[in-house]
Design a protein around this ligand. Sequence first.
Ligand code: PLP
Length: 358
Amino acid sequence: MFKFLTHPAPTAADERAKRLIDPGFGRVFTDHMATIRWTEADGWHDAQIGPRQPFQIDPAASVLHYAQEIFEGMKAYRSGNGVTLFRPLENAARFARSAERLAMPVLPDDLFIGAIEALVRTEIDWIPEQEGSSLYLRPFMFANEAFLGVRAATEYMFCVIASPASAYFKGGAKPVKLWVSDDYTRAAPGGTGAAKCGGNYASSLVAQQQAVAKGCDQVVFLDAAEHRWVEELGGMNMFFVFDDGTLRTPPLGTILPGITRASILTLARDRGMTVEEAPYDIDSWKADAASGRLTEAFACGTAAVVAAVGEIRWTGGEQAVGGGVEGPVTTSLRAELTGIQRGERPDPHGWNHTVTLG
Ligand SMILES: *Cc1c(COP(=O)(O)O)cnc(C)c1O
């Protein structure tokens, strides 16, 4: 299905080993990429694995002007002698939903998974071995028709690149501080909040700069209509743990439907926890954190998996959450999820997808 183009000068094994010692996140890239083109006339065609190299796009390409772009994020893990992906069909399905929302053509699941598997097989030697590390995969699609008229483009490029990633939190997770944005929102009803599109990130960056200026790590966004209901971070979903053992997360709608979020909901239900997908307002968060009714809060997503929240800050105040330290529910949900992903714990829901090698 995928044509293979030989790389003229692949990275030498000793150089690769050096780059894999501590790759960090999103800086080191493998030698190859997967690409598939779409045109109105020919549909999906030209599927290939070839050398990773710059695209040639016209200065009038629609993505540069009207931001028709979507992406996914997923990880390949070493487990035993094999390589596994975590729930990749969920990424394929979400990519299709994002495409529909952005008026882009839908890539069939078998091409999405086929591109990822073909790239992972090609780059198997780039998967780092250290505990907690992985090969981060970034599928994305953009409009590359050279046309300045405002309408859905008639030409697209789908691509997957791969980037070795260190464990997100080295030497134990330090709880993050969140800035409660009172002037910016990330999504409104009817908008693109549930689609994984670059534009959502572009509009969140100024709020993220504010968060950093306030000494925080991330922004927590509230709803657009009332500026009251907790939605999510720029790239992670939120969970709350209460002293009666209840686990709560904001409902779907304007937030991004995280695969980590869905997996944690399932694991918590499996444990017999009371689980609520229900709105939570920022004033309750402040009051419950102060009273101790809220015992833990954490954020989750593919990159960091689970990150404890130790403090929230807002204009004119701040409040520790869970005494500023990571709580036991956060720790054990992370351990369970990462254990499944690394093949060290039973996988009762069949979430791991083995990549067939050779
Ligand atoms: C990708 C993303 C998440 C997390 O989704 P996962 O599938 O768990 O990685 C959460 N929020 C936003 C805005 C995202 O883009």
